[in-house]
Design a protein around this ligand. Structure first.
Ligand code: NAD
Length: 512
């Protein structure tokens, strides 16, 4: 496949301008499907990151005072330009993140839905009023923006995380500084050009590429109101510490290790199809990808045989080729990490029932970072492959006696992003929804990704703090509740109040 987009230069975008990389250090950006170098990513310094925050802080007063319909006009325009450029945006993701082109289109489509949800900010941002707190006194809650928010993206959802943060942050009146992953900056490069083309005022959204140095400088910066991250749990905890010390708001989604439970009455065809999509979609690099499959004894043998047979049909190749089923993992080092987990699984006594270490590949993709579908059976919950996030197309199958054993495994695990059950029994369904110790539950679905109107986020180590993305939760995060106490004064009465005739209800109103 030709590298039609390979010439793109990755640059920072600050205060409405593309900034030349000058003599900044860069790292190579490679296409994981081929291993070819396609660009260089600037490693911005803390000073550059500070300039971006300054630009966002300078833009904030005018942006927050921009009338809501005008702000919404920009959000509608973001929606329109994303629809018009969907294919180009999806191709960007299919190149540097090597997400299969159909999933990349799906990701951009999902972001458009989130932007549509952001168009309801004028309703979601409405405050509350209570009349008659005391004589002639009313109380009012105003949902106000906070200032500059900063956001950090993981490599695996370059578009989705833009959608989770930016439309809602700026729609509610804040300004933004965004750091994409150095492994998948192409989407934001294109998206930022689109934001500039629709005339978004300078400084409202700024993009700075680089690594942790870009982020760490935000902790002590008084202009930064809050920091959001989607990434691994150690990164989420590091940001929580930096922000916590300095009193900043945070929205920090961490890593995952998702269970799927197959009961004896699981609809088998659906179950297998959903596991293929969940376990091997994005080559297993999704925070809601199934990783541990707990199967009851009654269907264990049939399930294993059917899953192995179906997994062998997965074809591998360039992520932009619609005829293949699975693309590569993100990098050489990710491939090494996943191969290492396969060794660990073998050393700890699991059975490698399907070995994806040397998959068949098209000639053009021999230097890409591929691992085929891999299945371990005879896995126990204490094995490392069942405990740790592998983030690749590797499935661990655990045998369980009943739903309670499966639920115990889920609750014993330190991650709690999502978990799914396959069953037709309402008792199992309701019990699972009530008792599965995770933030998102699925019934007869392989990926329990909630709708953009609903909150998204896990619990336990999958979420640091308790702020979730999407929906009303996100609007709440990007706003602060300001309380106004308003006394109306009758001009005719003015001057008649003396110390002796203070209304007792007014005294109680000022308590505290
Ligand atoms: P990562 O934690 O390595 O990096 C995420 C981002 O944080 C990158 O932009 C990186 O440059 C930056 N970063 C890394 N270390 C940092 C530090 N010490 N301080 C500040 N910033 C730092 O994650 P990744 O490998 O890019 O993404 C995969 C991880 O993200 C997986 O753990 C996956 O489960 C998780 N993820 C979670 C969700 C969710 O919804 N919970 C969604 C997508 C991905």
């Amino acid at each position: 496949m030709s590298e039609v987009n390979s010439i793109i230069e990755i640059k920072n975008f600050i205060n409405g301008e593309w900034i030349s990389n000058g003599d900044l250090e860069t790292v190579q950006l490679k296409n994981p499907s081929t291993g070819e170098v396609i660009s260089n990513v600037p490693m911005s310094t803390p000073e550059i990151s500070e300039k971006a925050v300054q630009a966002a802080a300078d833009a904030y007063p005018a942006w927050r005072s921009t009338p809501l319909p005008k702000r919404m006009d920009y959000i509608f325009k973001i929606c329109t330009v994303m629809q018009e450029n969907l294919e180009e945006l999806a191709q960007a993701i299919a190149i540097d993140q090597a997400k299969h082109i159909s999933e990349a289109r799906g990701e951009v489509g999902r972001v458009i839905e989130i932007v549509q949800m952001a168009c309801s900010i004028p309703t979601l941002m409405q405050g509350e009023t209570i009349q008659g707190i005391a004589t002639n006194i009313n109380g009012r809650v105003i949902k106000a923006p906070l200032g500059v928010f900063c956001g950090v993206a993981p490599f695996n959802f370059p578009a989705l995380v833009f959608g989770w943060f930016i439309p809602i942050a700026i729609g509610t009146g804040n300004t933004f500084v965004y750091k994409p992953s150095t492994d998948s900056p192409l989407f934001m490069q294109k998206m930022m050009q689109l934001l500039s083309d629709i005339g978004l005022p300078n400084g409202v959204v700024n993009v700075v590429h680089g690594e942790r140095e870009v982020v760490e400088t935000w902790y002590e910066n008084d202009d930064v109101a809050g920091v959001c991250l989607v990434g691994s749990t150690p990164t989420a905890k590091a940001i929580a510490q930096g922000c916590g010390r300095n009193g900043k708001k945070t929205m920090l989604l961490g890593g995952a290790k998702n269970f799927l439970v197959a009961m004896e009455d699981a609809p088998m065809d659906l179950l297998i199809r959903e596991i293929l999509m969940s376990g091997y979609g994005s080559a297993g690099q999704r925070c809601l990808a199934v990783s541990n499959i707990a199967v009851v004894d009654e269907i264990y043998d049939e399930f294993v045989e059917r899953l192995i047979t179906a997994s062998k049909e997965i074809t591998l190749g360039d992520a932009r080729d619609p005829d293949i089923i699975m693309g590569p993992v993100i990098s050489e080092s990710a491939k090494e990490r996943i191969l290492n987990y396969i060794d660990i699984g073998l050393n700890q006594g699991a059975t490698l029932a399907l070995d994806g270490r040397n998959p068949d590949l098209p000639v053009a993709n021999k230097d890409g970072y591929f691992i085929g579908p891999t299945i371990f059976t005879d896995v126990t919950p204490c094995m490392q492959i069942a405990k740790e996030e592998i983030f690749g197309p590797v499935l661990s199958i655990l045998k369980v006696g009943c739903i309670d054993s499966a639920l115990k495994m889920i609750s014993d695990h330190d991650m709690g992003n999502g978990a799914c059950i396959f069953t037709q029994n309402t008792f199992y369904t309701e019990k699972f929804i009530n008792e599965a110790d995770v933030g998102m539950v699925g019934v007869n679905v392989g990926v329990c990704a909630p709708h953009p109107y609903l909150p998204f986020g896990g619990i336990k180590n999958s979420l640091v703090g308790n702020n979730k993305v999407q929906g009303k939760d996100a609007v709440d995060f990007f706003t602060q509740n300001k309380v106004a106490t308003v006394r109306t004064v009758d001009p005719m009465d003015n001057g008649s109040i003396t110390a002796k005739n203070i209304d007792p209800s007014v005294r109680s109103c000022v308590a505290g």
